[in-house]
Design a protein around this ligand. Structure first.
Ligand code: NAD
Length: 324
């Protein structure tokens, strides 16, 4: 049974930036289908297309607008009760276009907060900023808790952390109602295998289903904490509606480490005949292990992930089979 706080979002008017993206369009679908929300999507289609929201198109007002285009973006904030700010430049593109990365991931957040600070939005209940566990960088201490030090290693991690800081500062200094979630490696249905930024899991599933080998870099013992998309969506909505999420930051993960070798083995169980090729370690693979502590979101908001890696991979494979 779902936490009763979720009921608070039923029928509300919501704005989702980056709402055509992997997490964004899944969030939009849930808001429409599970909660009967009226949703406005702001996305400039940098990394997505309008067809992502086809199944709920009649219930969504879509604006092909950049979050940096304040003239067209800000008028859409009127009457909105919740804002989910997901628009981003992905990690793989962040170093090739560092200025855009800073503008979309951090500056757009500051501009949004400034707008809300200086204008009247009496209906606004919460803004959720979606950050990333990449802000923790490389560390010898695991699992990573929200109060642990951050050691950013990429432009993306730096700008996501800056976005977080602005969000929390505007809460402390101006009482703007915010929450921050730090996702850990989200995967699952709706992540296009053609998207060059889809993670190792997406690439593995795609390769397995198209009879291509899975490429394991180094010894394959690199670990991550993989979060299934429906769990990430649920945690994000809960962070918006829960009174105890106000003004705070929460890891969203599973607390379980999974190695690349384990992912490859699980995929080979479901897609017989899949081959693995080993290639040498690269300089960029600088984070060996990562797993996050999810006690805070569990204790404070009552959230726990529902989908384990086995079931998650199976659902992902089933989805890819019907999509490829
Ligand atoms: N997917 C993950 O594993 C993961 C992990 C950690 C954090 N996050 C965070 O979650 C959020 C969603 O990530 P995602 O995986 O869905 O990414 P995504 O790239 O699939 O979606 C991002 C969306 O933002 C849009 N966008 C880019 N620039 C824009 C602009 N200037 N104006 C409006 N829209 C713009 C893109 O077109 C895209 O639809 C991001 O904030 C990301 O930093 C994701």
């Amino acid at each position: 049974m779902k936490n009763t706080h979720y009921n608070k979002i039923r029928g509300k008017k919501i704005l989702v930036t980056g709402g055509l993206g992997f997490v964004g369009h899944n969030l939009v679908m849930s808001l429409v289908k599970d909660y009967g929300c009226k949703v406005i999507v702001v996305d400039d289609c940098t990394n997505s297309s309008e067809s992502m929201i086809d199944p709920v198109r009649d219930h969504v007002e879509f604006h092909k607008v950049s979050v940096l285009d304040t003239e067209h973006f800000f008028p859409l904030l009127d009457q909105v009760q919740y804002i989910f700010h997901l628009a981003c430049i992905q990690i793989a593109a962040s170093s090739s276009n560092p200025l855009l990365d800073m503008q979309v991931n951090a500056q757009s957040t500051l501009q949004l907060l400034e707008q809300i600070r200086h204008h009247e939005y009496p209906l606004l209940e919460r803004i959720v900023y979606t950050s990333s566990c990449s802000v923790y960088g490389s560390t010898s201490h695991l699992p990573l808790g929200e109060d642990d030090a951050t050691h950013v290693l990429s432009n993306y991690a730096a700008t996501k952390l800056l976005g977080e800081h602005y969000t929390l500062i505007y809460n402390r200094n101006y009482n703007i109602p915010v929450s921050v979630v730090r996702y850990s490696n989200v995967y699952g249905y709706g992540q296009s295998p053609r998207n060059p930024y889809c993670g190792v899991l997406g690439k593995f599933v795609h390769n397995a289903l198209t009879s291509q080998p899975l490429t394991v870099v180094g010894d394959g013992e690199q670990t991550r904490d993989y979060t299934f998309i429906s769990d990430a969506v649920d945690a994000t909505i809960l962070a918006a509606v829960h009174p105890r999420a106000y003004g705070d930051v929460f890891n969203v993960g599973t607390g379980i480490e999974t190695s690349v070798n384990k992912l490859a083995a699980l995929i080979r169980e479901y897609v017989a005949g899949t081959e693995v090729v080993d290639v040498p370690e690269r300089d960029i693979d600088n984070i060996r292990r990562r797993v996050v502590d999810i006690e805070k979101i569990h204790q404070r908001l009552g959230w726990v992930p529902k989908v384990g890696i086995q079931k998650g991979i199976q659902s992902t494979i089933d989805w890819y089979k019907t999509t490829l």
